[in-house]
Design a protein around this ligand. Structure first.
Ligand code: HEM
Length: 389
């Protein structure tokens, strides 16, 4: 009798595990006990599998990788709804990131201090515009000088010089934070340094690379940006307050953020308790993966998403706006705290380069816009030519 009861219980548990929809999970592939769907995941490029699963199971699906329960979302409205929820604010415990951030860095911390850190960084960026502006103008001018001293037509491996530009600015931010006379910040400064100088530098550098590549490929866009800078600035130096007047330039940057979504799988979140979402039950400790690539490349939302069209970020009056489905920085209380800083760095860099040089591929039309996926969407290593204007 006991044996029969245990067998029936075991069958029910296995049934629930293999068929998650039985307990109203989002749809998804059949999960093997212990392994889940691990064997189906492309080990080298997991993003590819996540995109294929979206095509099969739709905008919200459930997949188990080993013992980790994952819900993948690739619909802008659904994603925003879940990111805004209080029970979806934590980050998943991630051993690799915990190692990097010693469990203190803001991006992966699952504990309360992230709130103070988040507020402080946002406030610092807002109130230190003059300091930032000076450093950004200086770093951009140094970039121009670097290129000029190497001759007028310089095949340039873009990565190193761009990294230097971003690192110098991030250094200023870190230093500013370090010098800030506040007991709370002193205790947090170690983790600030780690988070500011690591992943965010890499993401911003990659964003600048893509911006240069797309401008080299689309000379007409490059010319229009140059014209706008001329019309708005009349030869004066660019200041942060001018950015709101550079609608077309901003639109080109946002379009790059969309067509080459830097974080194809976004930054994951984690459920702190069982939650009901739509008509599904999502258990506590589920990793929520925002499939940003799937959102930004959805032809049902963006007309011809594979085409570089900055115009989709301009309203009828020609002013820059961000459509609801633009989620490069995600949303909610934990959305990217460096969004404005990243935007300032990228726009200043692009503006300074376009004002001084014509950007071209090494041989006419030879810009390679194909990409590789790691946790970032990376361009292929290549060189660009900066022709002095
Ligand atoms: C183009 C460049 C960048 C992109 C696309 C980007 C994107 C993102 C995304 C998608 C998130 C996750 C937000 C969420 O969970 O809702 C994030 C978080 C974060 N970003 Fe960025 N980011 C960029 C640049 C930067 C820069 C320059 C900084 C430096 C200040 C920065 C600092 C952070 C921090 C600290 C978090 C974690 C916020 C938290 O967990 O409370 N990011 N970023």
């Amino acid at each position: 009798m006991l044996a029969a009861t245990i067998t029936i219980l075991a069958v029910i548990i296995i049934f629930i595990y293999i068929f998650p929809e039985f307990h109203r999970s989002p749809p998804g592939p059949l999960n093997l006990p212990l392994l889940g769907s691990l064997t189906k995941i492309d080990q080298k490029v997991p993003t590819l599998t996540f995109i294929k699963l979206k095509q099969k199971y739709g905008p919200i699906y459930n997949v188990k990788l080993g013992l980790t329960n994952i819900v993948v979302i690739s619909d802008a409205t659904l994603l925003k709804d879940i990111l805004l929820r209080h029970d979806c604010l934590p980050r998943p415990p991630c051993h690799i990131f915990n190692k990097i951030f010693h469990n203190k860095g803001i991006s992966y911390t699952t504990h309360d201090p992230w709130k103070n850190q988040h507020k402080f960084i946002a406030n610092f960026i807002k109130t230190s515009k003059v300091l930032l502006e000076n450093q950004i103008q200086k770093s951009a001018a140094e970039f121009v000088q670097n290129v000029q001293t190497q001759g007028l037509r310089v095949p340039l491996h873009t990565v190193e010089v761009i990294t230097r530009y971003v690192v110098d600015i991030m250094g200023t931010v870190c230093l500013g934070i370090f010098n800030y006379d506040d007991a709370l910040i002193k205790t947090l400064s170690h983790s600030f340094n780690q988070l500011l100088s690591g992943a965010s530098t890499l993401i911003t550098t990659t964003s600048i690379q893509w911006n240069l590549l797309y401008r080299a490929q689309h000379q007409e866009v490059q010319n229009q940006v140059r014209q706008e800078l001329h019309d708005v600035l009349h030869g004066k130096t660019l200041h942060i307050d001018d950015l709101s007047k550079l609608s077309y330039t901003q639109a080109t940057v946002a379009e790059v953020d969309t067509i080459r979504t830097l974080l194809p799988l976004g930054f994951p979140r984690y459920t702190s308790q069982n939650m009901v979402f739509l008509n599904y039950t999502i258990p506590a400790s589920t990793m929520i993966v925002p499939l940003l690539w799937g959102i930004h490349m959805d032809p049902g939302v963006w007309k011809m998403p594979e085409e570089f069209r900055p115009g989709r970020f301009l309203n009828d009056a020609g002013h820059f706006f961000q459509p609801e489905s633009f989620l490069a920085y995600q949303a909610g209380e934990r959305m990217c705290v460096g969004k404005d800083l990243a935007n300032i760095m990228v726009v200043f860099f692009v503006a300074t380069v376009v004002q001084n040089f014509k950007i071209e591929g090494l041989e006419s039309g030879s810009v390679d816009l194909s990409y590789e996926w790691s946790f970032l969407t990376l361009p292929k290593p290549q060189e660009l030519v900066f022709v002095q204007l």
